[in-house]
Design a protein around this ligand. Structure first.
Ligand SMILES: [Zn+2]
Length: 228
């Protein structure tokens, strides 16, 4: 007998859960937001795709805690008769997560490398300055990133403001191979944000890394992805 839409949905949701639980090991708990914030995300009644949400859906350990917190909420709310709302929200979050993975799959970057190990890397744009008009490009060295799954720290150009940034990596043909958002903070005088960037499926070569602080325009710099 053919499965019902609900059965199909539940099957996909379960598969997505397993994917997140297995494919984003983070034993050193790099970048984890902590128990209180995981609980806060679990208690939300609508999806907010902020940094915490992004992290939790890309960190097996946090996702496990997130599911446990959801379950706890579900139990304690049974008496409060809000089960329907919270249960529904959990499914919506799984559906949105699934949509995100589908997107990553289409970009060809997120194909599941089951034992993806994220290695720390830094993209230092501290001395970046935009080349204008007819000025000759300065002979700055093009920064490199290893072709690996990266726990990436981006040091933004000197005197960049803290706040919410979008970033994207484009290939030689201008196609976006990865993008995301992160909140930059000032740390030891540098403006810094951290993100996970899986380059393990990318072809080595020339790319551009672009960033913008909302609502300002994109700025970008060449980068090279190299074999580690
Ligand atoms: Zn985590």
């Amino acid at each position: 007998m053919a499965e019902t839409p609900e059965q199909k949905y539940n099957r996909i949701a379960a598969a997505v859960q397993q994917t997140i639980l297995n494919n984003f090991p983070n034993p050193n708990r790099v970048g984890c937001p902590g128990d209180a914030r995981v609980r806060e995300v679990a208690a939300r009644t609508a999806i907010v795709e902020d940094d915490d949400w992004q992290h939790i859906t890309h960190c097996s350990e946090c996702y496990r805690e997130f599911l446990a917190a959801k379950e706890e909420l579900r139990r304690s709310s049974r008496r409060a008769r809000t089960l329907g709302l919270i249960g529904g929200t959990a499914l919506v979050i799984i559906a949105a997560t699934f949509a995100g993975y589908k997107y990553i799959g289409e970009t060809g970057l997120g194909r599941e490398n089951v034992a993806a190990t994220y290695v720390p890397a830094t993209l230092n744009l501290h001395d970046f300055s935009e080349v204008r008009g007819s000025e000759k490009p300065t002979q700055r060295q093009i920064p490199t990133l290893p072709r690996r799954a990266l726990d990436l720290t981006v040091i933004l150009p000197f005197a960049s403001e803290a706040g919410h940034y979008q970033f994207q990596m484009t290939d030689g043909a201008g196609r976006i191979i990865s993008r995301g958002g992160a909140t930059a903070v000032i740390r030891n005088g540098d403006t810094v944000f951290t993100t996970r960037l899986n380059l393990s499926e990318a072809t080595a070569g020339g790319y551009r890394f672009g960033w913008r602080r909302e609502p300002f325009d994109w700025v970008s710099t060449p980068v090279r992805i190299i074999h580690p």
